[in-house]
Ligand binder design. Structure first.
Ligand SMILES: [Zn+2]
Length: 257
């Protein structure tokens, strides 16, 4: 994650340029620059992505305009984002699967909550699935849903399946993860994770994925509050903040009440 003074300088220039030229600036920009809060990390990512856009006339104004217009286009695409979904249940994925592996069986879908993860040191879904299936002897990738770096959503288990992804939370937890480390999700992963979380907590849940409406969102590491001997840094430094802010008022460190 790139943060730092240059992001602020670029954002301030872009904001001034937009105001001087009556360009309608995206929501994330409208707030005062020093107080972006939740939007800051995402804004930094987008500026990083677009800062190389060439200036058509080699002037600073031209560069600012090009970056800003690209930014606005990107903001619109972000709002309309629909992830690519891969059905990877019941061994249908290209990842390791063992039909005889350890599993918790079926459960009721009443009062389910979301438990947010990252894959940590494991750099791919295949590596994580190998670890869960080969290393632990489980049936398949233990999360219910996992997001690859390009934003593709893998549907690994039905929410009725009681899987092993967060000790203490498994009986009611729906596991959601992204492939990544301490630096957090990529821009495309953020789009899919935001889409998933916001759709899951809205009125109808996500019927196409069998997800009922979810009231509460927590993180793997919050399991320490029910079992102090339990230790994990999942979902990582940036993921931890990202998930809490994305879930908004639905976020809780105590989903079991
Ligand atoms: Zn985790």
């Amino acid at each position: 994650m790139i943060k730092g003074p240059w992001v602020v300088v670029w954002a301030r220039r872009m904001k001034r340029y937009a105001q001087a030229n009556n360009i309608d600036i995206p929501t994330g920009f409208r707030a005062n620059v020093p107080s972006w809060g939740a939007k800051k990390g995402l804004l930094a990512l987008r500026i990083k992505k677009h800062a190389h856009v060439p200036s058509p006339d080699r002037s600073l104004d031209g560069a600012l305009r090009a970056v800003l217009l690209q930014f606005i286009k990107d903001e619109k695409a972000h709002a309309a984002w629909q992830p690519r979904i891969v059905d990877a249940r019941h061994g249908k994925s290209r990842f390791p699967y063992n039909a005889n592996g350890s599993w918790g069986g079926k459960r009721s879908t009443d009062d389910l909550f979301l438990v947010c993860h990252y894959t940590g040191g494991l750099g791919s879904l295949r590596a994580d699935a190998s670890y869960h299936v080969g290393g632990h002897g489980w049936r398949n990738l233990s999360y219910h849903f996992a997001v690859d770096r390009d934003g593709t959503l893998y549907w690994s288990n039905d929410v009725e399946d009681l899987t092993w992804h967060a000790r203490g939370f498994n009986s009611k937890g729906v596991g959601l993860s992204f492939v990544g480390d301490e630096s957090g999700p990529t821009l495309d992963q953020r789009r899919t994770l935001e889409w998933f979380i916001k759709t899951a907590v809205s009125k109808g849940g996500i019927p196409a994925l069998g997800v009922p409406r979810i009231e509460k969102v927590t993180r793997h590491e919050d399991a320490q509050f029910i079992d102090p001997s339990y230790s994990t840094s999942c979902p990582g430094r940036v993921g931890r903040e990202f998930y809490a802010k994305t879930a908004g008022t639905h976020f809780t460190t105590h989903p079991l009440g």
